[in-house]
Design a protein around this ligand. Structure first.
Ligand SMILES: [Zn+2]
Length: 289
């Protein structure tokens, strides 16, 4: 009873400061001003000048090639685990124990592509709101230690305001954030997340959309340029058929990037940048009153 009340208080505080922030003009990467931030942070919102990179690795959960190599990386990564698959729970547990952030890699209907690529528990545009809600809740319950959700495929659904609204409502109720993988240029996820008081997080660049080591290394150079410009970057790679290539290049790039002063962070750190008042931490989530 006590814990539940404390959680309610925490959520209320979160929502209240979100409203204050919205009233102050909303939040963005450049305007990080929390209602209860210490004075020096208010003066210097961009004091943290270091370059921070969040690497998300998608498609875990089905004993995919490259999984062990990814989990063994010597820096903090974020892994996105598909629900309801043979190694979903174990992969999430292993990742959490090694200190990586865990996301639920939620299968969302694409505009094109084979239905069997979606995997179990997929959300389709034909579903009613209640069915979408149930699917999202079941997926969250299936992947332990998750701090957020990102989309597997989803070029159709991320452009669907009705369905994204249900998904983001469940995220908010369960204390999770949503990371838009950006498989659809016209995605509504970011704007809707901001409207609902959630952090706005999205993929900046895919690492391995072409599965050659040369291409992946080239993407890392683009990431370096993005980090020079903005100080932070989110990139998505994959385990799977050619997952060993992504893992190999990533492993080579880690010491090189660290020498250049780039820090590898979990995606939850970028969520906290936008919501300093809320600690997105692994757990069973938070139920709104
Ligand atoms: Zn995926």
């Amino acid at each position: 009873m006590m814990i539940r009340d404390l959680r309610k208080l925490r959520v209320l505080r979160w929502l209240l400061s979100g409203l204050l922030l919205l009233a102050a003009g909303g939040w963005s990467d450049s305007v990080i001003v929390s209602a209860d931030a210490p004075p020096n942070e208010l003066k210097q919102p961009n004091a943290q000048s270091q370059k921070r990179l969040a690497v998300i690795i998608d498609d875990l959960g089905n004993q995919m090639k490259g999984t062990d190599e990814i989990l063994a990386m010597p820096v903090k990564l974020t892994v996105a685990v598909m629900p309801f698959l043979p190694s979903s729970e174990q992969d999430a547990r292993n990742a959490h124990e090694r200190g990586h952030d865990v996301l639920i890699h939620l299968p969302l209907e694409p505009k094109q592509g084979k239905p069997q690529w979606l995997g179990p528990g997929a959300i389709l545009s034909s579903m009613k709101d209640e069915e979408v809600r149930k699917k999202v809740e079941e997926a969250i319950d299936n992947v332990p230690f998750a701090v957020g959700i990102n989309n597997h495929m989803g070029s159709k659904i991320t452009g669907d305001k009705r369905i994204m609204s249900v998904i983001l409502d469940v995220c908010r109720e369960r204390g999770l954030f949503f990371v838009d993988s950006k498989t659809n240029y016209w995605s509504v996820a970011g704007d809707l997340a901001s409207e609902k008081g959630l952090p706005e997080l999205h993929n900046d660049i895919f690492l391995d959309d072409v599965h050659t080591e040369r291409h992946i290394a080239g993407q890392f150079h683009k990431i370096e340029e993005l980090l020079e410009q903005r100080g932070k970057c989110v990139t998505i790679g994959h385990v799977g058929v050619k997952g060993d290539k992504t893992a190999k290049v990533l492993k080579e790039m880690i010491p090189e990037f660290q020498l250049k002063g780039i820090t590898f962070v979990g995606i939850s750190e970028f969520a906290r940048d936008q919501r300093k008042d809320f600690d997105f931490a692994p757990g069973s989530g938070i139920n709104l009153p």
